[in-house]
Design a protein around this ligand. Structure first.
Ligand code: GDP
Length: 183
């Protein structure tokens, strides 16, 4: 629908929006593509490239919004400031924003900026769903269990996902209306 580098480029508010958040290179684009079953979002090996919000029409119920990843932008204070302004403007003011999908790299679990974001979403009383991405990188059951336990320590139940194997796609589609309908 649109690729916005600044708030004045956001498209008009319409359908409810599901926003995808996570560190650069965590696999947001791959998740979006896996959920819709085709290549909507561009994946890349170069972290921190997209500094735009990308709005996608997905079905007649929601739109998806791919937010620029965090982490790598922090090499420059100016870039970080720009990122914060753009993201906050969206998350604070967008009336059609209904759900955040927060991706964690399954190999790392919670990192500092992920936790900051989670706490901020909680403070703002926002609904969010946590995804443990790239699960295929964890080869053994015990590694998988360890990561799951560490993510649960923050009081959330993540959906385990892999864009490589398709694990978790159905669970995420099932979780979305459940969260949106919960009181
Ligand atoms: P984004 O920057 O968060 O949008 O991340 P991308 O979707 O572009 O993915 C970053 C890199 O991780 C790419 O090289 C992807 O191929 C790779 N990747 C993404 N998801 C997975 C996954 O589930 N498993 C594995 N093994 N690699 C993945």
């Amino acid at each position: 629908m649109a690729s916005a580098g600044s708030p004045d480029q956001f498209p008009a508010e319409g359908l409810p929006e599901i926003a995808f958040l996570g560190r650069s290179n965590v696999g947001k684009s791959s998740l979006i593509n896996a959920l819709v079953g085709r290549k909507l979002a561009f994946t890349s090996n170069t972290p921190g490239r997209t500094q735009t919000l990308n709005f996608f029409r997905v079905n007649g119920l929601y739109n998806f919004v791919d937010l620029p990843g965090y982490g790598y932008a922090e090499v420059s204070k100016d870039r970080l400031q720009e990122w914060k302004q753009l993201i906050e403007r969206y998350l604070l003011r967008r009336r059609t924003f209904v759900l955040a999908i927060l991706l964690l790299d399954a190999r790392r679990g919670w990192m500092e900026r992920d936790l900051e974001l989670k706490r901020w979403l909680e403070l703002q009383d926002r609904r969010f769903l946590v995804i443990a991405a790239k699960m295929d990188k964890l080869k053994t059951q015990s590694e998988q269990r360890r990561v799951l336990d560490s993510i649960r320590k923050e009081g959330v139940e993540p959906v385990l996902f892999s864009a490589m194997t398709g694990r978790g796609v159905r669970e995420i589609w099932q979780a979305i209306p459940k969260i949106l309908e919960s009181p």
